[in-house]
Every structure is written in C-alpha cells, then in structure tokens.
Design a protein around this ligand. Structure first.
Ligand SMILES: Cc1ncc(COP(=O)(O)O)c(C=O)c1O
Length: 415
C-alpha cells in the first residue's frame, strides 16, 4: 500500500495558483534529492555506480541540475536531449547516449561531449566509424530476444526494434576490439514500469552471465553493465514501491555468485532510471471548471491530455485527490475530462471521488499524482492546445517557475 500525499495544503496551493494560474506541474525538490540519495546509498554495494537519469522522463534543466548535484548523470536519446544535458552541466562519460536509427549529427554531438555511445545495431559500427570515428569506449545495447519476456508497456523483446541479438553482440564486441576500441560496456532495457523486484534481478543475472560468456569468447572484460531502467512506481494506492535495498542486496548476491569467480569483481553498475527518480515527486494541478451530467457525470478540468497523455495512451491509472477534500467521503462517480476533441481525453474514468465544485475561478483544484516522469514531457499541441508550465517547490517552501506556460506565439513560431 502507498499513501498518496501532496506537499501543500489547500491554502498554500491557492497562494501558488494566484501567482501561477492552473494548470501546472509542480515538483518537490527535497523529495527528489532524498530519493536520489536512497538510490545512491542502495547501489553503493557495487564497486562503482552511476544512474544516468533518462532525460526523456523530465527534460527540464532545473531538474537535471538537481540530479547532477546529487551525483547522477544523464541518459540521452536525441540531439536535443544531449543539448539539455550540456546546458545542465552534465558532460563527458556521465552522459550515456542511447538512441536508435541515429543520424550522424547526433553521434557527432555525443562524441563532442565525450558521452558514452551505446550502439543500437551492428550496422552502426561501420556507420559510426565512417561518419565520426570510433571512440575509445563503446557500449552495446543487447536485445535478449526470447531469453527475456518484456511487459505490456515496452512489449516483447523479440518484437522490439532495439539492440543487437546475442550473436551480434559477441561478434560486434570482437570486431570493435579489432578496430582498436579499448573499453566496453553492455546495456539492456527490457521492461517498463515493473514493480516486481525479481524481474530486475533476473535481468541482472542475464547480463552478468552474458558478461562472463563475453570474457570467455572474446577476451573482453567489460568495464560496466548498464541494467537499463523500467523500475516501476506505485501509481495505485494498493501498489507497493520497489525496495531499493532489497533489490541491490539481491543483485549483489548474483554479482558475487556469477562475476567474482570469473575475475570480473571490479565491474561497474550503471542504470538509467527515470520514472522511479522523479515520478512520485511531481503532480499536475488542474482546476475543475465545468460539470456535465448526461449518461455519466463529468468534471471538465483546465488541463487536457495535451498536458498528460499517459491515461489516454495506455489507459494508465493516475491517482486523483481534491485539494482540501482529502478526507471527504467518496460520494460521487465521475469521469474527469479535458477539453480535447477526443473521447480518450480523460484523466479518470468512473472514478470514486468527493463531490467536486466546478468554476473557472474558484472551482476545486484536482491533484493528479505521480506525473513527475513521462508527464509534461509527453505533451503535445493537438487542437492548438498550449502545454502548461512547471513549478519547483523548494525545501524552504518557496516555489519557482522552471518552465512557463506556452503561448500562441510559441506555437506559431515555426510558420
Ligand atoms: C532507453 C531507455 N532508457 C531509460 C528509460 C527510462 O525508463 P524509466 O523512466 O521507466 O525508468 C527509457 C524509457 O522509455 C528508455 O527507453
């Protein structure tokens, strides 16, 4: 079970909304920092560790700087994400560049920053060599295919477009060694939003055993393994968060069992978590502006799926509370909807909630939980919708704007 909380009282939230009208995202800086410290402490059982935060989850320099200060790097998937990492002060091998169907301009920028390039396909060995040259260190993204089942969001590895097959990984590493590459790493990414600790431990075992086979077959001792991401968060109150210490102590046991006897005890562990880092510490605040009773009861809010598309895209559950009515009885059943001309523009379907007052100025403020990752980032502009801004709540209770709302001029700037 997970208690769904929000760091501001109704009065405090009203004061924020007077300065920054709804809808907006708000992130809790202190809670993010404390979470990162817990992650780093749990992984300190390994010879070395770094999480390259998945920039795609929360691509905001203010957030990336906080994470950098706490020792995280960045996982980038595009040129723009590389630029964001650079402007946030994350450079060199603290950046891992995991992209696919990559244009040469993106490889060039990754090399310029000294990022660790993670190759997605065998043909990219030649492509990289021809276009920007081979760096001293390279990682290979391994797709275990039938050896591992994915989950519903990421899909089955056999059907996934990413990575090298097992044979290609062995062949690719041998080829890179022949071509003069000196340092090597292995990466995989097989799940998304997975709460089962065992799943992640099995992924570790798969990679550790492969590292031993790689050493036996190619003579290459990998420098590190990137376990990827996909650690879930408890979106539903009945879900339980992954216990970091349980995860890392079990992984360390497998590490000692598999890698140490093979002479690989010094292997570093990297991850590229996004969701588990910031997800639970971001909320979308939106005001109830209309109510409509037809065959169902609807509450229309001032945010839409343009601000948060996970519910529409995956049917994802996001918990909703009503500011100031946290303890009120759930007397109503509503669909909570945005204003886009798509019937999937619903933040909640047939959800039990307290009675909600709707008014453009004084309506109840709804708090949509667990949107600190893959929330604002997945927004879009369909129906000419202008995406909302982002706020940061600091440890002293002050709030600053870290991204303003879009304006029509932003939308028309590309004409
Ligand atoms: C390659 C890669 N790394 C890391 C992540 C971050 O995953 P999560 O936010 O679930 O931790 C993703 C998510 O889509 C990804 O595609």
């Amino acid at each position: 079970m997970t208690k769904k909380t929000f760091p501001l009282s109704k009065k405090e939230l009203e004061a924020v909304a007077e300065r920054f009208p709804t809808p907006f995202y708000i992130y809790d800086e202190q809670a993010i920092r404390e979470n990162v410290r817990r992650v780093n402490a749990a992984f300190s059982v390994f010879p070395s560790y770094i999480n390259h935060f998945a920039v795609k989850a929360t691509p905001n320099p203010a957030i990336l700087r906080i994470l950098r200060e706490e020792g995280f790097g960045a996982d980038c998937s595009s040129l723009t994400e590389l630029l964001l990492a650079e402007m946030s002060g994350v450079t060199g091998e603290r950046i891992m560049f995991t992209s696919n169907e990559t244009p040469s301009a993106e490889y060039r920028k990754a090399r310029e920053l000294g990022a660790i390039i993670n190759l997605d396909d065998f043909t990219h060995i030649e492509f990289l060599e021809k276009t920007v040259g081979l760096p001293e260190i390279l990682a290979i993204r391994y797709n275990p295919g039938p050896l591992k089942l994915g989950n519903s969001i990421i899909g089955n590895p056999v059907e996934a477009k990413y990575g090298f097959t097992r044979e290609q990984t062995l062949e690719g590493l041998a080829l890179l060694k022949k071509k003069g590459v000196k340092r090597f790493a292995l990466h995989t990414m097989v799940a998304s939003n997975e709460l089962k600790t065992d799943y992640h431990i099995e992924t570790g075992r798969l990679l550790f055993e492969f590292a031993v086979e790689i050493k036996q077959k190619t003579g290459i001792s990998l420098e590190f393994i990137n376990l990827g991401a996909g650690v879930g968060i408890p979106y539903k109150p009945e879900d339980t968060a992954v216990n970091y210490e349980n995860l890392t102590s079990a992984l360390k046991e497998v590490f000692d069992e598999v890698l140490t006897p093979a002479g690989l005890a010094g292997l570093g562990i990297h991850t590229e978590w996004g969701r588990a880092v910031t997800g639970p510490y971001g909320w979308l605040v939106t005001r109830a502006v209309h109510r409509k009773n037809i065959y169902r009861k609807y509450i229309g809010v001032d945010a839409s799926m343009a601000d948060l598309m996970r519910p529409a895209m995956y049917g994802a559950y996001h918990h909703i509370t009503v500011s100031g009515k946290e303890d009120a009885p759930f007397s109503e059943v509503y669909d909570v909807v945005g204003s886009i001309c798509e019937n999937c523009d619903k933040f909640a379907v047939q959800r039990n909630l307290p009675a909600i007052e709707a008014d453009e100025v004084s309506g109840d403020m709804l708090i949509i939980h667990d949107v600190g990752a893959h929330g604002r980032a997945m927004g879009f502009n369909y129906n000419g919708k202008l995406r909302c801004g982002e706020l940061l709540l600091h440890a002293d209770g002050s709030v600053t704007q870290i991204r303003r709302k879009e304006t029509p001029a932003d939308l028309f700037a590309t004409f």
